[in-house]
Design a protein around this ligand. Structure first.
Ligand code: GLN
Length: 213
């Protein structure tokens, strides 16, 4: 059974732990570097990326996590976690840091104020069994992807008025995969459907990045 950590400084940690267990993994909270060493995969939960960035530094975890990600540790970031994985963050705070694990630009709170939160059914590449109910809460979207980044899902945005205005190729990018990194704008941890977590657990099973000796 793969042991997967959930970064537990801030955000919806418990929901991810439950979803990982439902997907067949053993979930462990990660608050210190020694706990990070013991995991074969890491989830960065939804929450608030500015706060998470600050707490990572206060808890001396930013560099250890970055080092592990650079070494190929499989990682899944949802919402704020997606922001933490980007190499460029728009509408962020100037002192906000991110890991740069995925060559992509994300815009924070991108879907606009009137639509703080919404739910919609989406198709996710590589996730079989029909549409997935995606819950978006002050969600980012992906505005640029670099080389090696695969788009797994898009969604139409109400803030893209009219055809062709920004919603190129059928909507905004809300899920991506790049090597051992997975990121979603939405929160698969808040619905009982564990298919996205199963997808990630499969990624961890297939990866060759076991715990640090
Ligand atoms: N808007 C939040 C941020 O910028 C993300 C929201 C969420 O994770 N639900 O970090």
């Amino acid at each position: 059974v793969p042991q997967i950590g959930v970064l537990a400084l801030q955000g919806d940690v418990v929901d991810h732990m439950r979803a990982l267990e439902a997907a067949g993994a053993r979930a462990v909270p990660v608050r210190r570097a020694s706990e990070l060493d013991a995991v074969e995969g890491l989830v960065i939960p939804g929450g608030e990326s500015t706060t998470m960035s600050k707490l990572l530094e206060i808890f001396d975890l930013f560099e250890p996590v970055k080092k592990r990600l650079d070494a190929g540790l499989p990682v899944f970031g949802s919402c704020a976690g997606m922001i933490m994985l980007a190499d460029e963050v728009l509408d962020g705070r100037p002192d906000q840091r991110s890991f740069g694990a995925i060559p992509m630009t994300v815009r924070r709170n991108a879907f606009g104020r009137q639509v703080d939160s919404f739910e919609t059914e989406i198709a996710i590449e590589g996730v079989a069994g029909g549409p997935f109910r995606a819950v978006f809460i002050r969600a980012p979207w992906v505005e640029r992807i670099g080389e090696g980044v695969q788009v797994l899902a898009r969604v139409d945005s109400a803030s893209d008025s009219g055809a062709g205005s920004g919603g190129e190729q059928g909507g905004r990018i809300v899920a991506v995969r790049a090597g051992a990194c997975l990121a979603t704008s939405f929160h698969p941890e808040v619905t009982p459907d564990a298919r996205v977590h199963e997808y990630f657990v499969d990624m961890v099973r297939g990866a060759d990045a076991g715990p640090v000796e």
